[in-house]
Design a protein around this ligand. Structure first.
Ligand code: ATP
Ligand code: MG
Length: 263
């Protein structure tokens, strides 16, 4: 087992927010977490990456990654793991980037923070990774600023950075939600392709049950910090038990392959 989260509970200040969440993930597998706004999805994945905001703390349970209890990690151990073994892609990678530095400069810096590499070598490998995400003219993109790229291109850059070190686990928080439907599908497709090649496990948070159904081996439905339903894509999409899940399904925009949910 790559990741085993058991009975995880999380509070912000004195307010319990996430209750008793358990999930486990094998190498190369995909879990999607869905649920309405405020249900605790981001809180759960931030806890797994050890980056809860200051007032957030884990009040119970364990997070075991590769046989090691992450909650016992020292800050130094976190630094070593995050970005390498476990990495994260956010909703709008463009806004995570420094607006006044080129993509290339930031990508190269990111690589050299985690690996002993010359600038030249890091740039070469960054270009190769951008090409893997199907970004056209990756050498040119290295010279551009984030605002010069479209949302979809910025997201591809974000995924390229997140995947650079072939992490064992990718945590993706609404990685495509800011994009139009067609671009969402493309970015998801490219992300999945690289993860399959590298055997990366994914936890993806998404509002879109279509994306979840397409990608995930297991879908977890959260509400008010609880897991209220879970199952395979078929179970959740074709035979949802909870009314809440049915409502989430009804909210999916009807575009594309309806049988398998939609993008
Ligand atoms: N830094 C914080 N301090 C206090 N409460 C917070 C903080 N961050 C989130 N919360 C609360 O925790 C709950 C869960 O928030 P979380 O961001 O995990 O939800 P989410 O499922 O990711 O929602 P969304 O779909 O809108 O991103 C919400 O009630 C939210 O108000
Ligand atoms: Mg969130």
């Amino acid at each position: 087992m790559l990741l085993e989260v058991s009975n995880l509970s999380i509070s912000y200040g004195d307010h319990p927010i996430v209750h008793d969440v358990s999930l486990s993930l094998d190498e190369g597998k995909v879990i999607a977490i869905v649920g309405e706004s405020g249900s605790g999805k981001t809180t759960v994945i931030r806890a797994i990456l050890g980056c809860l905001p200051n007032e957030g703390r884990v009040t119970g349970g364990s997070i075991v990654f590769n046989g090691k209890d992450l909650l016992k990690n020292t800050p130094e151990e976190w630094r070593r793991i995050s970005g390498r073994d476990i990495s994260m892609v956010f909703q709008s990678s463009g806004s995570m980037m420094d607006p006044i530095q080129t993509i290339g400069k930031q990508f190269v810096e990111y690589i050299r923070e985690h690996a002993d590499m010359t600038e030249e070598e890091a740039a070469k490998q960054a270009v190769a990774m951008l090409a893997r995400m199907n970004l056209p003219n990756p050498e040119t993109i290295m010279e551009l600023f984030p605002f010069e790229l479209s949302g979809g291109m910025n997201q591809r850059v974000g995924v390229a950075m997140g995947m650079f070190f072939q992490p064992k686990l990718l945590l993706a928080d609404e990685p495509t939600s800011a994009l139009d439907v067609t671009t969402q599908a493309q970015v998801v497709e490219e992300m999945m392709g690289i993860c399959r090649d590298d055997n990366t496990a994914i936890i993806i948070v998404t509002h879109n049950l279509g994306v979840a159904a397409y990608m995930a081996d297991e879908i977890i439905v959260m509400r008010y910090g609880d897991i209220i339903e879970r199952g395979t894509s078929e179970e959740i999409v074709d035979h949802p038990k909870e009314d809440y899940t049915k409502e989430l399904l009804d909210a999916v925009p009807q575009i594309g392959d309806v049988d398998h949910g939609t993008y």
